[in-house]
Design a protein around this ligand. Structure first.
Ligand code: PRT
Ligand code: ZN
Length: 292
């Protein structure tokens, strides 16, 4: 029987959430002792646990059909290999958010990245950095470092860096200032799935449909509230991502109950606006599963 293999990060920022999302798709695993290969029990999808940097190469080399990795790494490998066979980004997964930014020493009097022309930039993402800077007509001297990029300017080996940032704490701790965001990244499911067999394709379609359901459920909230009948139109407008809510009469009252699945994030501001429009008893519930 056909099986698919999905590579995920063994231990690091993306590990837990990658596994969590696969489990949410109904996958469960018999964990092997060496912990590098987990056999899929209920669904024929197995997991390989590897370093995140190895995932795009494993896909390109045909070791696995699927992999969960940051867009930053997938883009870097695709640009540096300039490979004919591209990786397909099948679904962005909504975690592992970060940005690739140019940072300069705090006291360096530079206001725009065009001032970087001809400077030395240290980065772990040389191909992506060069590509993004050249797109803006800036040519620089790029030095590749595999780690601790943020100390390069202090050591005098670079004028600026191009590195991943999430909170910015690391930059501040190293007296660096974020000059410009070059690229936004999050974890995504990638595939090398152009020439897979029909049975594998069927399996992949089933997995992707489940994943879509999981992602939609995560992004959705079920909202219930009471409101005056005449406020229905206004309330519908205020519910994020809703066109046709369910409307029910309330026994012995001239108010109605409105239920809706909101396809977008629901913030306190939305609830406050609903209340101001006459809504009461507002409840926001998570959605566990969804199948369109
Ligand atoms: O061992 P392995 O190679 O698998 O792991 P790794 O150490 O290379 O990767 P890991 O786990 O650090 O990151 C995996 C992926 O998480 C990255 O490829 C990104 O897609 C994503 N990600 C999200 C991040 C960050 N946020 C992040 N903040 N990757 C790295 N960082 C670094 C950042 O560069 C800084 O040095 O974390 C440090 C803290 O960031 P601040 O801005 O919060 O201070
Ligand atoms: Zn890595």
């Amino acid at each position: 029987m056909s099986r698919l293999r999905v590579a995920i990060q063994k231990s690091g920022r993306l590990s837990e959430k990658s596994l969590d999302i696969l489990k949410s798709c109904g996958l469960s695993f018999a964990r092997s002792k060496d912990k590098l290969f987990w056999y899929g029990r209920d669904f024929p999808v197995d997991v390989l646990l590897v370093r995140d940097d190895d995932i795009p190469r494993m896909l390109l080399d045909g070791v696995c059909e699927l992999g969960i990795v940051g867009e930053n790494i997938a883009r870097e490998v695709m640009l540096s290999r300039n490979s004919e066979t591209k990786l397909n980004c099948l679904r962005k997964l909504g975690f592992g958010h970060c940005r690739l930014s140019i940072a300069v020493p705090e006291d360096l009097e530079i206001t725009s990245i065009s001032d970087l022309e001809g400077t030395r930039i240290a980065t772990s993402y040389p191909a992506l950095t060069r590509h993004l800077l050249e797109k803006q007509g800036i040519s620089t001297e790029i030095t590749e470092l595999s780690g601790s990029v943020e100390i390069a300017p202090g050591l005098g080996t670079a004028d600026a860096i191009s590195d991943l940032v999430s909170t910015g704490t690391t930059l501040r701790a190293n007296h660096l200032r974020e000059l410009e965001e070059l690229y936004q990244s999050q974890a995504a499911l990638y595939g090398r799935v152009d020439d897979i067999s029909a049975t594998k394709q069927q399996l992949l379609d089933q997995l992707l449909a489940r994943l879509e359901g999981v992602m939609q459920a995560r992004e959705s909230k079920y909202v219930m509230l009471h409101a005056p009948r005449e406020a229905l139109e206004k309330i519908t407008e205020l519910l994020p991502g809703v066109e046709h809510p369910s409307v029910m009469p309330l026994e012995g009252s001239d108010r109605i109950a409105i239920h809706a699945v909101c396809g977008e994030a629901v913030f306190w501001e939305h609830l406050e606006a609903l209340k101001a429009a006459g809504a009461s008893a507002i409840l926001v519930l998570p959605v566990e599963k969804m199948l369109a």
